[in-house]
Design a binder for this molecule. Structure first.
Ligand SMILES: *Cc1c(COP(=O)(O)O)cnc(C)c1O
Length: 722
């Protein structure tokens, strides 16, 4: 069953949950039997809101609580939409609040309590509570492992119980009661965004990542037992008369844990429309409760409906659903439909559950940042190059991590790379090193990106676009690629008079900074002097270049004294140099950041004389066991590693690549490695046991530099922090 199949259960479950919420507010069984009514509205229906919360946790939170490949915009989008809905719903109920006199003589603390905790109408507490719970979990989830986050949520829930169903037990004790009374000044119920929602949100997220392998009968048994416990707990507390409110029970936690998993295992096709419908029913049903009551009053039929509470319930359900369906048709793509499920982009299989992936070692990244920073002279900062998807490491992931480490300047190659970073909430300056097509100049302004001025005619193009654009001037000191010639002082000076260019910096690029030979060093020093000379002449003429920079990785390692304001470090940040031979001269210890791993799809025996792969390039000389790995050249593994030129590690042992590497797969010989089986993890780059395959090994085997090997790693590989 695919992941998508299971969404159907959740979609239909939401409708049932909405029906239960309506039941809580209409007491359908009240006219039959008071106990039966409590069983339904005080116990059974209390599963509805946790179910909504778990769905939110399931879709929204895993990236934030497990390894954090999450981007903050997803959270902001969620919060914005919830608050929008809250605002809209509050407006609907505002006249009723006025009519009922609920806003009379209300002071600021009352208003805050109402808006943040109690809700602007009785059922609307859910919206701020979901937002609060999400924000709380994301905040603590950044620093703490999931287990601890869940423990904290659990403890909060425990404290909440004492203010809810178990209140009667502490009502007698002096101190505890005083504490809770004080708390009830801040919120009317512990069923709120602090004590109630976090545990269910976290549980939803946890169930997304840790798919239980327990057989379905086990899950069903767990559900039946915990539901029985829930009924027993609820009825007991009800008879004891200790409940201050009846939203929170101990057995609700295991009940939801098992219920959610059962629903995930249902084989029902997803039905998107149901998602919107349940949201509208939730928001609107109290309005119909009120309208019905008013109507009954005018027609003098109250007695009939009070005597027949089921009828009343069905009427409210009918009207609410009719309204919801109408809304659905009028607003086919309204905001509400995306609220709970907007993050279905995170539906792609996350965690180490895919076919092939990249692991990012955040500790090593941090050590590299600190080591490189130790080389910087005072007042010089890193401006990491995160172009080409951060040399294959994942641009957003790396830039987020660097933001966290206090790095606030980046350079990229293209405008779309800059936009990707901005859309994912990356802060600081982003310099585009390369060419931007004039039709896209407006994007520079829109996304607050800094463009490189490629030469004087490009400066005129930029200036004529009609908007102020932040730029750095590129000065060509001998690489003869991009940049205005260093000696064309007059042309460069003219750029300072172009009114739409906001010149924030000037830079050059060195082209033999790695060379230790005398001619190489002389060429580099000539470039460096030429750059600073141009900057100084301009300064004398009243043109301040502001920030100046010229060193990339090798520049910083070999000429740190000339750093200027930024070092545009790329390859070294990722813990390797372009060429293994340079490592001996490297003044700092760099640690590789990335590993590439792939699953064994299947294994197979080959008999002597049989061939394998395209072109019959491999022929078994004796009986062999081979493994098919689910990674290929479309993932960036160079085809030149075919036919024994490369190898991978399995169980800490090298397995040679045999035959031709295919687009999505490759074959390795595992005859000498015991117990290789389907699902095993092969290391293509990185460590396995005592052995390591480095990026240098791949670069050498395919006759290139590490930069190329890394930057070609494909977009199909999921990047994750470890
Ligand atoms: C790519 C690039 C860098 C980073 O180079 P590394 O050698 O990887 O450190 C710096 N400056 C410019 C202009 C670049 O294009």
């Amino acid at each position: 069953m695919t992941e998508n199949d299971r969404l159907g259960g959740l979609d239909h479950g939401k409708v049932i949950a909405a029906l239960l919420v309506v039941a809580i507010h209409t007491a359908p069984l009240a006219s039959l039997d008071a106990d039966l009514d409590f069983l339904l509205t005080g116990i059974l229906a209390r599963t509805a809101v946790p179910f909504f919360l778990m769905i939110t946790g399931y879709f929204l939170l895993p990236p934030y609580l497990f390894g954090s490949s999450g981007n903050y915009p997803a959270i902001w989008r969620f919060i914005k939409k919830m608050l929008l809905l809250y605002g809209l719903a509050s407006m609907i109920y505002f006249p009723i609040n006025i009519y009922a006199g609920r806003l009379q003589g209300i002071d600021l603390p009352d208003l805050l309590r109402m808006l943040i905790f109690d809700g602007s109408f009785y059922h609307l507490w859910y919206l701020p509570a979901a937002v609060l719970g999400v924000m709380f979990l994301v905040l603590i989830g950044r620093k703490l492992p999931f287990k601890l986050v869940f423990m904290i949520a659990l403890i909060l829930y425990g404290l909440g119980l004492l203010g809810d169903s178990y209140y009667g037990f502490i009502a007698g004790s002096g101190l505890l009661n005083k504490i809770y009374q004080a708390m009830f000044q801040v919120f009317s119920y512990t069923r709120n965004g602090i004590f109630y929602t976090p545990v269910f949100l976290a549980m939803g997220a946890g169930l997304k990542i840790k798919n239980s392998s327990c057989p379905t009968v086990g899950i069903a048994a767990g559900f039946i037992i915990s539901t029985a416990l829930l009924f027993w707990e609820g009825m007991t507390l009800h008879y004891l008369g200790v409940q201050r409110h009846n939203s929170m029970y101990m057995a609700l936690l295991p009940t939801m844990y098992f219920l959610f998993q059962m629903i995930l295992r249902l084989d029902i096709s997803p039905k998107r429309s149901l998602r919107t419908i349940s949201v509208w029913v939730y928001i609107i049903h109290p309005l119909f409760i009120i309208l019905l009551r008013v109507m009954e009053k005018f027609t003098h039929t109250e007695q009939i409906f009070i005597a027949n509470s089921i009828m009343h319930y069905l009427m409210v359900c009918f009207l609410s659903f009719a309204f919801a369906v109408a809304m659905q048709n009028f607003l086919p793509d309204n905001a509400a439909s995306r609220i709970k499920y907007h993050s279905s982009a995170t539906e792609k299989v996350t965690g180490k559950t895919g076919r092939a992936w990249i692991e990012i070692d955040r500790n090593n990244l941090q050590k590299n940042v600190r080591a490189l920073q130790s080389l910087l002279p005072a007042n010089c900062q890193l401006m990491p190059a995160v172009k080409a998807n951060a040399y294959g490491h994942g641009a957003v992931l790396i830039a987020e991590e660097l933001n966290r480490l206090g790095v606030n300047s980046f350079c990229v190659a293209t405008v779309s790379e800059g936009i990707e970073l901005r859309r994912n909430g990356i802060k600081g300056d982003i310099l585009i090193l390369g060419y931007t097509y004039p039709k896209q100049f407006a994007l520079l302004h829109k996304y607050n990106l800094t463009q490189t001025v490629l030469d004087s005619s490009y400066a005129r193009l930029l200036n004529s676009c009609g908007q102020k654009i932040k730029v750095h001037l590129k000065i060509d000191t001998g690489m003869h690629r991009l940049g205005e010639r260093a000696e064309s002082i007059d042309d460069i000076e003219k750029m300072f008079h172009m009114t739409n260019l906001v010149i924030d910096g000037a830079f050059t690029h060195l082209c033999v900074a790695e060379a230790k030979t005398t001619p190489g060093r002389e060429y580099t020093l000539k470039q460096i002097y030429s750059f600073f000379n141009t900057v100084n002449v301009l300064k004398k003429q009243g043109c301040d270049c502001k920030k100046v920079h010229l060193l990339a990785s090798y520049g910083l390692l070999n000429y740190p004294e000339y750093a200027g304001d930024y070092a545009r470090v790329g390859i070294a940040l990722y813990g390797v140099l372009s060429d293994r031979a340079d490592v001996a001269n490297c003044p700092i210890n760099l640690l590789p950041v990335l590993s590439v791993k792939a699953r064994v799809a299947i294994t197979k025996d080959l008999y002597a004389g049989e061939a394998a792969g395209y072109g019959l390039q491999y022929v078994a000389e004796s009986k062999r066991k081979i493994a098919v790995l689910s990674i290929g050249y479309a993932d960036g593994i160079s085809r030149s590693l075919s036919c024994g030129n490369g190898q991978v590690l399995l169980h800490g042992t090298a397995a040679p690549i045999i035959g031709r590497i295919c687009m999505d797969q490759m074959l390795v010989d595992v005859t000498n490695i015991p117990d290789v089986q389907s699902g095993d993890i092969a290391v293509v780059i990185g460590r396995s046991g005592e052995r390591e395959i480095s990026v240098y090994d791949l670069a050498e085997a395919s006759n290139t530099i590490t930069n190329e090997v890394l930057s070609r790693l494909g977009s199909r590989l999921e990047r994750m922090l470890c």
